[in-house]
Design a protein around this ligand. Structure first.
Ligand code: G6P
Length: 616
């Protein structure tokens, strides 16, 4: 999941490329590099670490040029090192390329090239592409034809951008499995892995389709589709895009995104609810024009996702089964891809993803489309993502761009979307009275206010986080629908603070994990006001009896009744059962955030991770 940016202009583009890279760092940040055509030669600079290291290196040894490509890397083949950093160049230095994705047959191609006497300077799969280009380059053929010839030899997924010293005002971009956007300026054009990186220079974009190849010049862009036919690119103008690349008054993107949740949850549900006086109804068409007819036929739902999005799917299972009476299974995308999973009759295949580009989720959707599912639906935060384009139905969450690698607002808006899906399914199947539908939607509308109340516990949670700085392990407990919330809490803590954390449904404790409980093992539990509270209470007493230190987030309505002496208990405003998973997620996010800040880790870009995982 690397980030690519390229520019063709009449001015020096180094600054544009570096700013673009900084905005792409969420895709990877192991190393970075840039190559520019200058006076008939390609000059290059590469460094290990974040883009700022490259910026500093370029201050000491500047390069310049009006056409160039740049890259920020998340290592797959070969460790993060200068040699493995992109751009990669041909041996004589006439071609430079940047690549996002994986070339699966690179070993075989490399062997053939080595036999021809070509030597490699990196361990990457990408380097084979540049040597293949150089090896077969025909000076009589055009730029695009030379690139096309090589693409036919590559197996795998790639977004690619190529520059050649003989074409000082052009670059070639290719999309095959990894997104590429073209940005249009006046007398200058750009390419990137996403629009965000180009917002300082343009708001006019085209998205390459799978298999498209584009020749990008100063005044024009010519694109060809998979079959080699010239294709028209539709230019979209993004109006008044809120620039997410600013932290505002916050210290970290993650913190800003946690605090944005009341607003983005509201944005997500408001377009899905119709209010007529005191009555509220869900707009099933928000999922697609023919959603109502399709939903009326659904007999089974299969939810497929990765990471945090998978946890959102796990919560949704409880809601859909309870309110719509439809059975649900939830699968990890990288697992179901390689299993002969039985497809129940009239099953709706639902993918959930913040980015809409996660390789395993996308592959699972593509597989599902070939199988006999009733239909496919994508719940996604990026409207022009591959997932949304390829699914039959879609729901765009309104979280806005999420920059922190650890997902926060994307998760709670996914949960919001799932409540609307649950009610849409129940309504289409006549499982919901008008009164109940209105009542549940009213409850959903309370979520922003309750989330805001929990956010006001920030300082208290910050104090609690100090207890955890020296800890090496933590156990999260929840029951029922709160078990996935506990899983998400544990995931947040390990992602950004590097503390080993596990989550268990509290009833499972005595079947093994109880053996881990002692004074050094903090236990964090979520205790909402639901039918499982009493059961949870007994589980927590089991922990207490073994000397475990308890930290409990408890609903105000039951805080008095909970008969345990927690080291810390945090009382949360009384929360209706429907939205408890949304509200109880917030203190766990704040908690992980503050532990990470106390420990001094890189909150927004934790080690070894990337925001958008576009490789398998
Ligand atoms: C990465 C991110 C996670 C995210 C997961 C799935 O691992 O770091 O935050 O939950 O990918 O991504 P998606 O974009 O499909 O939700």
């Amino acid at each position: 999941m690397c980030g690519i940016v390229g520019a063709v202009a009449k001015r020096d583009v180094l600054g544009i490329l570096l700013e673009g890279l900084k905005r792409l760092e969420y895709r990877g940040y192991d190393s970075a590099g840039v190559a520019l055509i200058h006076d008939g030669k390609i000059e290059r600079s590469r460094t290990v670490g974040k883009v700022n290291t490259l910026v500093e290196a370029l201050k000491k040894a500047p390069i310049s040029g009006s056409t160039g490509v740049a890259h920020t890397r998340w290592a797959t083949h070969g460790e993060p090192s200068v040699k493995n950093a992109h751009p990669h160049m041909s041996t004589v230095g006439d071609i430079a390329i940047v690549h996002n994705g994986i070339i699966e047959n690179f070993a075989e191609l490399k062997e053939k090239l080595i036999k021809k006497g070509i030597s490699f300077s990196s361990q990457t799969d990408t380097e084979v592409i540049v040597h293949l280009l150089a090896d077969s380059w025909d000076h009589k053929a055009g730029f695009v034809d030379n690139v096309k010839k090589v693409l036919s030899k590559l197996k795998g997924a790639y977004g690619l951008c190529v520059i050649h010293k003989d074409y000082p005002d052009q670059m070639v971009a290719v999309r095959s499995g990894s997104p590429i956007v073209i940005g249009y300026g006046i007398g200058e054009n750009f390419i990137s892995s996403d629009t965000l990186s180009l917002l300082p220079v343009t708001n006019r974009f085209s998205y390459l389709d799978e298999g498209d190849i584009a020749l990008v010049g100063l005044d024009n862009v010519v694109a060809y589709d998979q079959s080699g036919q010239e294709t028209t690119l539709v230019i979209e103008e993004l109006d008044s895009v809120k620039d997410a690349a600013s932290k505002g008054r916050f210290k970290h993107y993650m913190q800003k995104e946690i605090f944005e949740q009341p607003e983005v949850i509201e944005n997500t549900f408001s377009s899905g609810i119709f209010e007529d006086g005191d009555h509220r109804s869900v707009l099933v068409e928000r999922f697609g024009a023919n959603a109502k007819a399709l939903f009326s036929e659904v007999e089974h739902v299969r939810i497929v996702a990765c990471g945090t999005s998978y946890h959102a799917g796990m919560v949704a299972k409880f809601w859909i089964e309870k309110y719509a009476g439809i059975s649900v299974d939830v699968e990890i995308a990288s697992e179901i891809r390689y299993r002969e999973a039985v497809i129940p009759k009239k099953s709706l295949f639902v993918t959930v993803s913040q980015s809409g580009e996660t390789a395993d989720t996308l592959a699972a959707l593509r597989q599902a489309k070939k199988k006999r599912y009733l239909s496919t639906l994508a719940i996604c935060n990026v409207a022009n993502s591959s997932l949304v384009r390829e699914a039959d139905l879609s729901f765009i969450t309104e979280a806005g761009i999420e920059m922190g690698v650890a997902s926060t607002k994307a998760f709670t808006t996914q949960l919001t979307a799932f409540i609307l899906l649950t009610l849409s399914l129940a309504k289409s199947q006549n499982q919901l009275t008008k009164e109940k539908e209105s009542e549940l939607l009213k409850t959903l509308q309370e979520a922003p206010k309750l989330v805001k109340k929990v956010l006001s516990l920030d300082k208290e949670i910050e104090r609690l986080s100090m207890d955890f700085v020296e800890k090496h392990h933590a156990l999260f407990l929840g029951r029922g629908v709160q078990y996935p919330v506990a899983l998400e809490g544990a995931l947040k803590l390990k992602e950004i603070s590097y503390i080993h954390a596990e989550a268990y449904p509290a009833g499972e404790l005595k079947h093994g994990p109880l053996a881990l409980v002692d004074r050094d093992m903090p236990i964090i539990a979520v205790a909402p006001n639901d039918m499982l509270l009493e059961k949870l209470e007994s589980n927590l007493q089991e922990v207490q009896a073994r000397g475990g230190e308890l930290y409990v987030f408890v609903d105000h309505a039951v805080s008095e009744n909970l008969n345990i002496a927690a080291k810390h208990s945090f009382v949360i405003e009384a929360v209706p059962e429907l939205i408890a998973p949304i509200v109880f997620t917030i203190p766990l996010q704040l908690f992980s955030y503050h532990v990470a800040v106390q420990k001094g880790t890189d909150v927004d870009q934790p080690r070894n991770l990337a925001k958008s995982v576009t490789v398998e």
